[in-house]
Design a protein around this ligand. Structure first.
Ligand SMILES: N[C@@H](CCC(=O)N[C@@H](CS)C(=O)NCC(=O)O)C(=O)O
Length: 190
């Protein structure tokens, strides 16, 4: 399949950190890395954390995550691919879309590994939902305009102590630290 001729770049909705927004949220980061890896033309629209529910609702994308109490948890990333007229609100679905419509060399998913990645991603997503967000919530560079509200929401989800990432970097002989360093080349913000 050839790369679509896009006159309008993909709109990528990421969580904003402030007036000079820079990306910090892990699932949108998966999408940014996948967009860059696939050389898919895109522009980022930064959404303040408290506006995610209204943004998702306006795009008619139902929440695809739940809070531990079972209530709806609207999230980012979202992409709107204007070329294929596709709206997607889950990082794995987005990766599959990019794999199919913006094939790269090497491919985003190595041959015959989509099912494996789907299962792995589901496990990681479950662990992230239970523990990851509270952990990284501590470091989130909230938009000053909505920081108090965002902190209250994060605190309600239970934050864990500072310094965890430095510990995690060293796990398994430093494999997580090396992975983060290796991804650096696809981290530009468009
Ligand atoms: N399964 C979803 C999970 C997305 C997700 O959890 N996104 C987080 C950021 S990493 C989010 O939007 N959180 C909103 C909030 O904490 O209010 C995906 O892979 O896209």
């Amino acid at each position: 399949m050839s790369t679509p001729k896009s006159s309008q770049p993909i709109t990528f909705y990421d969580i904003g950190s402030g007036p000079s927004s820079f990306p910090f949220a892990p699932n949108p980061w998966k999408t940014r890395l996948a967009l860059s890896f696939s050389s898919a033309p895109h522009t980022t629209t930064f959404i303040p954390l408290p506006s995610i529910p209204s943004t998702r609702a306006a795009l008619h994308l139902p929440p695809n995550r739940k809070h531990p109490d079972g209530s709806a948890f609207p999230t980012l990333p979202i992409i709107h691919d204007h070329t294929t007229n596709t709206l997607l609100g889950d990082s794995f679905d987005i990766a599959l879309h990019l794999h199919t419509h913006y094939p790269s060399t090497p491919p985003l998913f190595p041959p015959h590994t989509v099912a494996l990645h789907r299962a792995f991603n589901a496990q990681v997503d479950a662990v992230f939902a239970a523990h990851g967000a509270p952990l990284v919530g501590y470091y989130m560079p909230f938009d000053p305009a909505t920081a108090e509200q965002s902190k209250r929401e994060m605190l309600a989800r239970l934050l864990l102590p500072e310094g965890e990432w430095e510990v995690v970097r060293g796990w398994n002989g430093g494999v997580w630290g090396r992975l983060a360093d290796a991804l650096e080349k696809w981290t530009s913000v468009s």
